[in-house]
Ligand binder design. Structure first.
Ligand SMILES: *Cc1c(COP(=O)(O)O)cnc(C)c1O
Length: 562
């Protein structure tokens, strides 16, 4: 294909008249990328083919060798360069078992392409009418799914689950202190989340100027959900000291363990404290970025069971539903479609129960001279933190139409099925790998090994082990992380150093390290679990052997495993 010099600038753009020649040119280039990626695929590997030497000087060399070409290169050559970027890239094959990093589905990708073809700006409906229309539609669809009144609710696409938590905090500040937008944020406002919550709130506290010192971390129960008795105690303490609790983030699906905070309990706690103190109730944001998608089962008929889920899967899904059904109690929430919604980054949807609340963040019309005037209707977004916004709602819309409720139910059901199978086979084949989130059904399994193949988890939870013992077990698990990390081209597991803070017998609270299986690829099936577990078994044995060698100086007693 020709360079820009030969075709003129027009060769770098789609046509303005729909002519066949330019269309074929564009489709050919898209075909080059799609087939180029296909050539790199290997279903038995977690990485695309191709080599990348990411040595110590990798980024330094890139800095030195990068320069804008004086003359543009032919597009086919540029695509060749793009494909080189993808060499050795992680890819979502059946052994991709690490964290919430999904594949972008075809409907998700096509929604993006449709959006790019008109490249609207969702800043304003006149600039991005397609995105605005899709946005209003998907806000309504998801509102109805969680049980919000779609006539009263609102929302918009934004920069991630983190952006949603941030906006929830902005709303809380403005509703308690309307003059804060002008005079700044007073220092006596406090926000709460659990120890297992995402760090987004921590960052938001910093960015709003409240400071992370005003963020109160609430203890979790063994199932990683917020301990609401501790929430009450900590909110009361803040009140006693003249502080004002304004915001509680309830995580409905923690990123590490899939713990689900009980929104009904959080709501009840917040409400009763408000009554007692005479202050307005703190706003509640459900951080449902990851887990909210299980609301697709809110109306599933588990008795008729039309999708024929096994008793095991069905029980898990019902346990999840028993908590997800309270999502509607939250003042705001979020769906990260780039997580379980199967769309590309970044497609996060922020929802508010009362659209009118967004007025709290609105700017005066004369402060937003470019937008909002002569629009088609009530659509204007001067309350978003972004100015220009991509039309990511179009991709979300596409995925919702193509999957439908049943498609999401099938996919999530499959993920849960694989996870259940993994737990079953793991317990049988590697009993020394203790599942440390046993009360969290879903798509994540955390497992932890102990010296001598023991199971000390109950002792850790009960505060019966010393800091040193817990530390030592953490180091043993870190060795397993290293070994799994070394071989991740074959199977890619995740890990966490922040699963549950447990009390040590000699004081203090320590986080537990655990390896993680995260079911996220549509290509992982229950039948793959045997090979996953036998692969793990070898690495666990290798870890014990390496640990024994390391500690054979007599640090650890020798009635060890093997
Ligand atoms: C992923 C995640 C976030 C952050 O979302 P981004 O889209 O990465 O900004 C926040 N909370 C939870 C529970 C998450 O899983």
């Amino acid at each position: 294909m020709e360079s820009m010099r030969e075709t003129g600038l027009k060769g770098l753009f789609p046509s303005d008249d729909g002519n066949a020649e330019q269309r074929e040119h564009l489709l050919g280039l898209i075909g080059q990328i799609v087939s180029g990626v296909d050539e790199l695929k290997d279903p038995e590997s977690v990485f695309l083919k191709g080599t990348k030497e990411r040595g110590a000087s990798f980024y330094r060399d890139l800095v030195q060798s990068s320069l804008i070409p004086a003359q543009g290169r032919p597009m086919s050559e540029v695509s060749g360069e793009l494909l080189k970027l993808l060499h050795a890239h992680p890819y979502h094959t059946k052994y991709f078992l690490t964290n919430i990093l999904p594949m972008a589905s075809i409907p998700g990708i096509l929604g993006m392409i449709a959006a790019f073809m008109v490249n609207g700006n969702n800043l304003w409906d006149v600039y991005g009418p397609a995105g605005a229309e899709a946005e209003v539609r998907v806000v309504s669809m998801m509102s109805k799914l969680v049980g919000y009144d779609a006539d009263a609710s609102g929302g918009y696409t934004t920069w991630g689950g983190q952006g949603a938590i941030f906006t929830g905090l902005r709303l809380a500040i403005q509703s308690f202190v309307p003059e804060a937008s002008k005079n700044g944020v007073p220092g006596n406002l406090y926000a709460f989340c659990s120890e297992a919550a995402h760090y987004s709130l921590y960052k938001s506290m910093e960015a709003t100027g409240l400071g992370s010192g005003n963020l109160v971390k609430v203890k979790t129960r063994a199932d990683s959900s917020m301990d609401t008795a501790d929430l009450r105690e900590k909110m009361e303490m803040v009140l006693q000291n003249g502080g004002v609790p304004i915001y509680v983030v309830a995580t409905t699906g923690t990123t590490d363990a899939m713990g689900i905070d009980s929104l009904d309990e959080v709501y009840g706690t917040v409400l009763s404290l408000a009554e007692k103190s005479g202050l307005p109730r703190a706003r509640i944001h459900a951080d449902s970025a990851l887990g909210g998608f299980f609301a697709f089962f809110n109306d599933y008929d588990f008795v008729r069971n039309p999708l024929s889920f096994s008793a095991e899967v069905s029980a898990s899904l019902q346990a999840i539903r028993s908590r997800m059904k309270y999502l509607h109690l939250a003042d705001s929430l979020c769906f990260d479609f780039q997580k379980l919604g199967q769309t590309p980054y970044s497609t996060s949807l922020f929802l508010v129960k009362q659209a009118a609340d967004l007025k709290l963040l609105d700017l005066e019309p004369d402060e937003t001279p470019y937008v909002g005037h002569r629009g088609y209707g009530q659509y204007h977004t001067s309350y978003t933190l972004e100015c220009s916004r991509m039309g990511s709602s179009i991709s979300i819309y596409s995925a919702l139409l193509a999957f439908g409720t049943e498609g999401y139910q099938r996919l999530l059901g499959q993920f849960v099925e694989v996870n259940e199978a993994f737990r079953r086979v793991l317990a049988k084949e590697i009993p020394e790998a203790v599942i440390v989130n046993p009360d969290n059904p879903g798509i994540i399994t955390l497992f932890r090994i102990y010296e001598g193949g023991r199971n000390d988890f109950a002792k850790e939870l009960g505060g019966r082990l010393s800091r040193e013992t817990i530390d030592r077990t953490n180091r043993l698990n870190e060795m397993l992380f290293e070994i799994l990390g070394r071989d991740r081209a074959e199977m890619f597991f995740g890990d966490t150093k922040k699963h549950l803070y447990v009390p040590a017998s000699d004081g203090g609270r320590l986080a537990l390290y655990a390896s993680k299986l995260f079911v996220i690829s549509p290509f992982t099936r229950a039948g793959d679990v045997e090979s996953i577990v036998s692969y793990l078994k070898e690495r666990v044995q290798e870890t014990y052997a390496a640990y024994r060698r390391m500690t054979s100086g007599g640090l650890v007693n020798e009635e060890v495993y093997l």
